[in-house]
Design a protein around this ligand. Structure first.
Ligand code: PLP
Length: 389
């Protein structure tokens, strides 16, 4: 066998992808699987966005581009950040990346080295700690629970900061919890970051997917001191249903963005040139497409939330964002991986085990799927849980 680099043995392949692959294989065998494992909207990319990319392709936007991104897209992102998020970044402070995941990877690689600590609230998006590990840093996981709406408190954050702390990862709305920090909560977190003089990366990829009047406030907009310590990570995947396009971006201080451009210039070069013209159309075009998808998610959220909480033994808080629900499965007596494997094998329902997010008492269900699948899947889930308690 080949001797691989040690860093590889320290990371685990994505459990989310493994369950999704198993569900897909069952479907291919003709088995009727209800899948709630998707981390992506079930809608096609809006037509005007696709048309802009097709036109760019026809216009010959088929060559290498700047590693930092197409100038027109960096301009459009700068305008968006100013207008929507009240963040004053110049186009030079923005790098276009191969998705939000790649934004974060570039950032961690540019910032984190052995000895550095990164504070990550759990339940977390599963790639955060793995990226920190790949960079040789140390993840400091701070556990949150349903009683606190799965949000880190300023006290918890302050208590977990050490002289080695470099970065705090904030994700609101959150994957997997769906929770949205209120403006007051964001302010309290910002105060700790400024006081302790650490950096924060705000992963805002679900900012457009909000319910019940929830508001997204970008932490960097709360004053010059926090702005100087904030890096924004965002992308087009979730809000515009562009997961396969692989376009994201990072906005932050000069030296950091320059470093990520250097890293990118030696790794991926530029993001697919003509795809970036679709992203420009997404930002500059009619935003109504976002609202149409959001309204569909909102209806499904109500149905899935009501059905889940009607199942004896499950307990699920009601989050204000993203398209996930995270019920507590403690009363079933099953660990999350066992729960998911049995549910898939015995009742053909695919959900994601919370252990992947550092929360083994939970499972994650995505409602980015049609209503008929939700109804059928909830019937099956109810049967399964009733047989366990
Ligand atoms: N951040 C969070 C919290 C996510 O859930 C995802 C996707 O699942 C991403 C970032 C990355 O998205 P992408 O790389 O598709 O833009």
């Amino acid at each position: 066998t080949m001797k691989l680099a040690q860093r590889v043995s320290q990371v685990t392949p994505s459990i989310t992808l493994a369950i999704a692959a198993k569900a897909k294989a069952m479907k291919a065998e003709g088995i009727d699987v209800c899948s709630f494992s998707a981390g992506e909207p079930d809608f096609d990319t809006p037509a005007h966005i696709k048309a802009a990319a097709v036109k760019a392709l026809e216009d010959g936007k088929t060559k290498y581009g700047a590693a930092s991104g197409e100038p027109g897209l960096r301009d459009a992102i700068a305008r968006k950040l100013s207008f929507e998020n009240n963040l004053d970044f110049k186009p030079e402070n923005i790098i276009v990346t191969n998705g939000g995941k790649h934004s974060l990877y570039n950032l961690i690689l540019a910032l984190i080295e052995p000895g550095d600590e990164v504070i990550i609230p759990a339940p977390y998006w599963l790639s955060y700690p793995e990226m920190v590990t790949l960079a040789g840093g140390k993840s400091v996981i701070v556990h949150t629970d349903a009683a606190n709406d799965y949000k880190i408190t300023p006290q918890q954050l302050r208590a977990s900061i050490t002289p080695n702390t470099k970065l705090f990862i904030l994700n609101s709305p959150s994957n997997p919890t769906g929770m949205v920090y209120t403006p007051e909560e964001i302010k309290a977190i910002a105060d700790v970051i400024v006081e302790k003089d650490i950096l924060v990366v705000s992963d805002e990829i679900y900012e457009k997917i909000l319910y019940d009047g929830a508001k997204h406030v970008s932490i960097g907009s709360l004053g010059a001191e926090i702005f100087a310590r904030t890096i924004i990570s965002n992308g087009f995947a979730k809000g515009y249903s562009m997961t396969g396009w692989r376009i994201g971006y990072l906005a932050g201080p000069d030296d950091l963005i320059k470093a990520t451009i250097t890293i990118q210039s030696h790794s991926t070069s530029n993001v697919c040139t003509f795809a970036q013209y679709g992203a420009i159309a997404a930002l500059d075009g009619d935003q109504n497409c976002i609202e149409e998808m959001r309204l569909a998610f909102a209806k499904r959220r109500e149905v899935m939330y009501d059905r889940l909480n009607a199942i004896p033994g499950l307990n699920c808080p009601k989050p204000d964002g993203a398209f996930y629900l995270l019920p507590d499965i403690k009363k079933t007596g099953l660990k999350s991986l066992d729960f998911c494997n049995k549910l898939l094998e015995q009742h053909q329902v695919a959900v994601i085990p919370g252990i992947a997010f550092g929360a083994d008492d939970t499972v994650r269900l995505s409602y980015a799927t049609d209503m008929a699948t939700i109804e059928k899947g909830m019937d099956r889930l109810e049967k399964f849980v009733r047989s366990k308690i």
